[in-house]
Structures are given as structure tokens and as C-alpha cells.
Design a protein around this ligand. Sequence first.
Ligand SMILES: C[S@@+](CC[C@H](N)C(=O)[O-])C[C@H]1O[C@@H](n2cnc3c(N)ncnc32)[C@H](O)[C@@H]1O
Length: 469
Amino acid sequence: MESWLKQYGASGLDDLELADFSNTGRGVRTLRRFEEGGKILTIPHGVLWTVKHAYADPVLGPALLSARPPLSVDDTLATYILFVRSRGSGYDGLGSHVAALPASYTSSIFFAEAELEICAGTSLYTTTKQLDRQIEADYKELVVRLFGRHQELFPCDKFTIEDYKWALCTVWSRAMDFKLGNGDSIRLLAPFADMLNHSPKVEQCHIYDVLSGNLSILAGKDYEPGDQVLINYGPVPNNRLLRLYGFVVPSNPNDSYDLVLATHPMAPFFEQKHKLWVSAGLDSTSTVSLTLTDPLPSSILRYLRIQRLNESDLAGMVSHKSDAAFEKVSDSNEVEVLRFLVESISSLLDGFKNQLEKLEDQLAEGFYTPEGNAWSAAHVSLGEQRVLRLTRKTAEDLLAAVETGSGNKRRLLSTPAQCAKCKKVSVHLMRCGRCNEVTYCGRACQVAHFKEHKAICRATAAKNGSKKD
Ligand SMILES: C[S@@+](CC[C@H](N)C(=O)[O-])C[C@H]1O[C@@H](n2cnc3c(N)ncnc32)[C@H](O)[C@@H]1O
């Protein structure tokens, strides 16, 4: 592969070599020093895998052009890779790159059922199941639109659904995306540059020159001879890393949970609310990313405020021409929204097969083989639960503030009482004897909640003049 690349004008290859690294697997080692910002490698335009090059191929291009509707970018690149892999001759250069690709991947779509079950409850679990169905449907369509119509180019034994999944994962785990000046974007695979592993500790340092069409790698930090050269794949959460790349970063600061907000079209005042969602920059089904840095994005409150509007709220909004619920609509609407949010997040958390504390213990005890599929799934579940717990805590704090600010309307609003720990709704709850504010379904939950509740309990008791300590 390297001699083919050099022949096409690649530079920097003499100072680099492929090597195995204990933490990342195969990657690229530098044989010389580099200062941060220095150019390490350039892969010329002519050898890149792009949609344009696939269409320009004299054999593959006409077949792609005949497909109606045209293939997606990922399907085009995946087909291009499979096509080159299936050819005996005529594609020695690209073929040498294909020969260097991994034989298998650890994306979540390849997990055994028991491995995936470890992260049951996560958005990754749901997405992976959906992807399995989607891939099957897409493959069937590809057979009808392309493979089946040109069997001489796409022999069925080399274009099976397993081959298609392998090629898709090749694209997902190795493609780089760049924005072009005109607002378009380009997705490409760069031979050899696609051997670089990810580190969140280096700056983003892969660049695409729009004029030449070449792909270059700069040093994301200072390197000494023998160091692994790394690039940054971006601020990717573990659920996405595992789905696309097949690995996770423990305690990933970019972890997130994609919360889907939806309302049934038969719900009261749906049409009016739909207009309000749109004017608030949302839709009646909106997916919002919860993150560790922004666990409760304002768009969630905006959505739920509109969803919970009653007839008189709606009439008021129309007469005051206020239309987007950027601000609190009323204390009662806000309390309803926040209570609903706390309850919904609690039930999402209850839906996780393995609870956070259990996973933390298992990972600390070495229960899962490090870097294995089950270990990665456990990290995804841990990350999503951490985000959701933070979201719930933020909503609970906001709820407490609204209730306090509105003269403690909690009891006036007469929603059912809940256990402060497990969130069980019941009429048989015991109240905390010191602050008299929170309720529990039993002693076990009160003890379990004590660490979290201690500070606020003391402060509330002091404010209320309780003598107990
Ligand atoms: C662009 S390729 C990098 C080269 C790849 N290691 C190879 O041998 O072909 C991306 C893949 O490398 C692996 N990888 C990259 N960064 C990693 C990291 N920080 N930890 C573990 N695996 C990593 C993952 O398997 C990922 O799907």
C-alpha cells in the first residue's frame, strides 16, 4: 500500500510505520520528532475513496448511475469497497488498501445478544436493534436496485448481507467528514491515514485542502520517535463510539443520552401546539441530546411547556402573541413540566437492566474482560445513566426552586406523593422526621437516600426551626 501511495505523490510515509499498540491495537508510529502543528502526512486526492471517484470508475460508475433512487453516500462507499475487494485484477492500489483493512469489527451491530443485553435500557441498545432491522431492509433494497440488476459486477457470494455489514462498518469507523466552502460536505476514506487511532487528548489535526483535494495530518501534539501518532475523532460519546467505531473511552466527558420527546397527534390541541413547537425551533417529535455539561437543555423545557399547555394557557398565548414558551408559562405549568420530567427520567433509569452502582462495582472488580464487548457495553450504560441522573437532579433542583418561589405550592397542586429515593408513588409514605419535607416508601430507601439528602435536610430543618440534629 505504501509504495502505491508514494507513487501517487503521498508524502511523510518514510517517517511512519504501522505498529501494534497495547491500548488501541494497530496504529501508526512515528520514527522521528514532530513539533505540534508540523505536517506529518499527506495523502493525495487521487487515491482517496470518495463518492465522486466511485462514479468516475469506468466499470462501477455506470452501474451506480443506473440505480434509482441513487445510493446514499455510505452505501456508495461501501459498494465501492466491496466492488474493489471482489475484483481479481485492475485495482492493485486500492486493493492493497482493502487487503490491509480489519477482517472484522466490534461495532455494537456485531454484538451477541447477551453482550448487548448488558446495556439494555440505553439509547445504544435501541439504536442497535433499529440498525439491525434498517441494515436488513437497506440490503434488500440494494439487491433490487443494484446488485441483482448487475450480477456480473456484484456476484452474490461476494455481496452478501454480512459483506455489506462489514463494508458499512469500514465506512463508519474510517471515514472522515469535511465541510467544503460552498456549504457542501465531503465524506472520504484516506488509505494509511485511516490507520490513525483516536485520542481525546490531541487537538483535531486532520485537514482537507479544498483546492488540491489532498488530505493532510498535522501533529496534534509534540511527538518523540517511537510515539504513536494520534488524531481526534471529535467529541464523540461512548454510545456513538461503540456503534460506529467499536470502542469506548472510560469516563468519557462527551457521554450523552438522546432523549426523544413525542406527542400523539390525537392529543388535545395538537395542531395549535405543533405550530408553537415549530416556532420554538422544535417539532412534535424532537430528539434532544442530554450531556454532562448541559444535562437539561432549554429546548426540553420549551417542548414540555408547550406540550402541557391547557386551553386557557393557549388562549393567553394567542392574545399576548407570545408563541414559543422560551420562558416559564406559569408556575403550575412549570411544576407540571418538571414533575413529568423527573418521573419520566426516573422510569427511563428504572428501565436499565444493570443499575449504575452494580456496573461500577463490576467494572472495579474486573468482572468484564477489559476492552471486550461486554466491558464496552457496561461503559455505555454507565455513561448514559450518569447523564440521566444529572438531568433528573437538575430538574429536581429547578422544581424545588419553583415550588419555593411560588410559596411552596407543592401540596396545593396535589400530585401524588413519591418516595424521594426510588420515586415509587404511594399513599403509604413516611416523612423525613427532621426536615418534614421528603417522603420515603420505607426505611431502606430513607437510609439509601441519606447521603444525598443530608445537606438539604439540615438546611431545611434549620430554616423551619426544627430542633432535631
Ligand atoms: C480509523 S481506524 C484506526 C486504525 C485501526 N486501529 C486499524 O487497525 O485499522 C478506527 C478503529 O481503530 C480502533 N481505535 C481507534 N482509536 C482507538 C482507541 N482510542 N481505543 C481503542 N481502539 C481504537 C477502533 O477499532 C476503530 O474502529
